[in-house]
Design a protein around this ligand. Structure first.
Ligand code: FMN
Length: 313
């Protein structure tokens, strides 16, 4: 069965976003959490919050992700996920930020195959009864680095390999290479998931001629109707009204979660950097959001955005 998932976004697609998204939109089968770090103990603080608690997450459709470079920490995370009922966890091998990658974490793992392959073997030796998937790029410095991992991808029982076909050094510049991704398809015997630059149904259709499993990213943050459109899920309700309801609900839920703190504005602005692009005058939208510092200003900005702009989707 083909799966349409949502790639993780640190600072945006936290438990609040995921749950409010689900309440308002359909079509996403699986959500990856933004990465967890610092799992030094079994009861690490980050594992006690709502971000991972099964009380607030559907363990069967949410996959917790870890950013780490040590087998012990990854095993500890896996065991904790398993004890909470998650059937799968994911390792981040794609984060391109130098402060992460330079410490052989995230995409930096791809530049050190000897150490990383040993670590992956050690993880499989230490886990039991939980699926292990990874999310990677083509490499950190160049797009050939992934080839050093193919044998390992094939011999170890990964449940899934998500490839975002850029290199780490590119960050998010240039285009994701569908061509390079397709070269990997016949070489890897595990379920492969494509991730990168799917902003519309046309691009989705091109990608899914060759590969069925796709993780949407910025395309879905920009246009939360994208998964419904891809899956032809009919909804007669007015799109602008639906989006407005989603935006208001997300705000209220974030506020509730943050105990009323205006700090939530940062994460809302991050989402608007993408979402502004489904309005007919994105710059007008961004100007209104950018200058917001207080909660009442945010509420005003949202009302003005929806009064003054129309959707282009
Ligand atoms: C602000 C931001 C935060 C991200 N956080 C994560 C993360 O926590 N874990 C991860 O695996 N990828 C993360 N990513 C990468 C995305 O999940 C995705 O792989 C990338 O945006 C490419 O897909 P797209 O072109 O469809 O957006 C992040 C990307 C951005 C821009």
């Amino acid at each position: 069965m083909e799966t349409l998932s949502l790639a993780p976004f640190q600072g945006i697609t936290d438990v609040v976003y995921r749950n409010i998204f689900r309440k308002h939109f359909h079509g996403i089968d699986k959500f990856y959490t933004p990465f967890f770090t610092g799992i030094q103990k079994d009861n690490s603080k980050s594992l006690r919050g709502e971000e991972i608690s099964p009380e607030f997450n559907d363990v069967n459709t949410v996959v917790p992700q870890i950013l780490s470079n040590t087998a012990d920490e990854i095993i500890r995370f896996a065991n904790q996920c398993k004890s909470m009922g998650y059937p799968e966890f994911n390792l981040n091998m794609g984060c391109p930020f130098p402060r992460v990658a330079n410490k052989t974490r995230g995409c930096g793992l791809m530049a050190d195959p000897t150490r990383t392959i040993k670590m992956l073997n050690d993880v499989f030796d230490g886990i039991d009864g939980i699926k292990f998937s990874i999310k990677c790029r083509l490499g950190y410095y160049n797009d050939e680095e992934i080839y050093a991992f193919i044998e390992t991808f094939n011999s170890l029982p990964f449940s899934e390999i998500i490839v975002h076909p850029r290199i780490g050094k590119q960050m998010y510049n240039g285009e994701a290479s569908l061509e390079k991704f397709l070269e990997l398809v016949p070489l890897i015997n595990k379920p492969l998931v494509y991730n990168g630059d799917i902003f519309d149904v046309e691009k989705y259709n091109i990608v899914t001629k060759s590969i069925k499993n796709v993780a949407l990213g910025r395309g879905l943050l920009t246009n939360p109707f994208l998964a419904e459109k891809i899956k032809n899920i009919d909804n007669q309700q007015d799109k602008k009204l639906r989006l407005h309801n989603f935006v208001v609900d997300l705000y209220i839920e974030r506020l509730h979660h943050a105990g009323g703190s205006p700090k939530i504005i940062g994460s809302l602005k991050e989402l608007w950097k993408y979402m502004m692009n489904i309005f007919d005058d994105p710059q007008n939208v961004w100007r209104k959001v950018k200058k917001v510092n207080h909660l009442d200003e945010y509420e005003d900005a949202v009302e003005k955005i929806f009064n003054e702009n129309n959707l282009i989707i």
